[in-house]
Write a protein that binds this ligand. Sequence first.
Ligand SMILES: [Ca+2]
Ligand SMILES: [Ca+2]
Ligand SMILES: [Ca+2]
Ligand SMILES: [Ca+2]
Length: 563
Amino acid sequence: MKFITVLAVLVILTQVGGIFLVKSDCNTSIITVTDQHDCFDLLLICPELYQENLQPFIEHKQSMDIQTLLITTETIYETYNGRDDSEKIKYCIKTIYENYCIDYVLFVGGIDSIPTRYTHVYYSGDFGYPTPSQWVFASDYYYADLYESNGTFSSWDTNQNDVFAEYDWDGNFDRIDYTPDVFIGRLPCVTLDEVSTCVQKIILYEAEKAWTQSWFNSLVCIGGDSLPWDDEAIDEGEYVQQHVIEILQGFIPEKVWASTNQLTSSHNINDAINEGAGFVFFNGHGLHNMWATHPHNSNTWIPRGSYTLADIDELENEDRLPIIISDACYHCQYDVHSDCFAWSFVRNPNGGAIAFIGGSDTDLAYGGTAIIQKGIERLCLEISREYMNGTLYLGRLIGEAISVYTSNEMHEIDMLTVLQNHLFGDPSLQISGSSHPPETPQPPSGPVSGQVKSMYTYTASTNDSDGDNLYYLFDWGDSSTCEWIGPYDSGAVCTVEHSWDAEGVFEVKVRAKDVHGVQSGWSDPVEITMPKTRCLFFEKHKLLSCFLFLFDQYIDFLNYNGV
Ligand SMILES: [Ca+2]
Ligand SMILES: [Ca+2]
Ligand SMILES: [Ca+2]
Ligand SMILES: [Ca+2]
């Protein structure tokens, strides 16, 4: 086979110079290896047309120590067997995985360049609102799930009737092991300009180490009451995001919420994204070209006129590029609409997003607090947990989240969640730093009581075993927003001022992060009382004195009147 021939050439050249050339019909890419048994990290699959525009990407990945191998769809179709082009691609991924132990696979090309696989799921469940019963949607996840649980090739057509991923489809079932074996992403480019734009964005994102930038720790949450009139009167979008905020400790939430009246216009969303954010969450309703939700227990749609593709095109966040996670219908329906919602963010040359995670079909969800138990909403929480576990690469973030999700018993809604999930982005994209975290700081030092609206000074410090410079984030126990402050030398004292606007007892804590973006845990809290205990006692004492005075006067009055 031609592919075997190519590999033989590679081995010979490797033995000669430590650098080998991957020859293709129209171009040459240079791949550096140290010996012939080396593993690759990333397999890049694209049509020949895009190969030249991807050369800077390959060179950049090499510089990031991500060994990259490119193979064109034309070569795959000539070289590999399979009943159709999709199966040939899947066999190619499997072969390269087994020979070169790749972790990540990136498709560069839309549906016309690289085919997907369509599911066939019949779902008769009752969600209390109309849902389709026949689910036929694009599932690139087919290419990530290489093996069944017994280690054999996973065709997604185990009953061999050429209908794939069947679940109760005319009574037929195909056996699927939902665990991903490689981490997959797609840049569904349809023009060479889009290829170049994505390459430039990825190179800049990693070269600037986006995860170390001050804007990265902003977390934009866009949501409202996804399902009005549920029995518990929960604003589901905000409820999911409150859980995300609690998981993504150290991120500063920007709540573009219905309940805070911050979601009346599309400008609210663009203003928040233009400031820059590491992550953006959309929780609500979508079509391939829009997003919207509801105010609390209302059938009104907000923002006015919905958030549309035209709004995405107006984004100007430049290199402050978020990873967007969408819990809404049809945002990744690239197989029907080449300019779908998700892709419009990623292809935007003036900003938008570095990557988008979402679904290609209808997103089923439970109303009320049960919303976080299943579906893409649950996946939002698992993805957030994976990030806090220190996951370095984007594909692993979503892949590991799916592995956790699928470790429980799979029902129809779980199948639909996992199979329609897509990552539009580079799965080998670095999204956090590799370094030892700073030591968890001692609680902040400063006054433990004081008066409302007076300014007080607090200090904190800690050490980083790598000697990295450090930033500090204080949680003042009130609703005030705060920012990461720094950089300070490891061990140096960070001094800040704060005042409280209301009386009460506040738990104040601090955490540190190093210049690689790696964070310590929160310190133990210190209790700060506003106003001072002495003042409270004084006020009460004065009040008591006053009562006693009045009581004395009352006794005098009674005596005077001879009662
Ligand atoms: Ca598998
Ligand atoms: Ca079948
Ligand atoms: Ca609701
Ligand atoms: Ca460190």
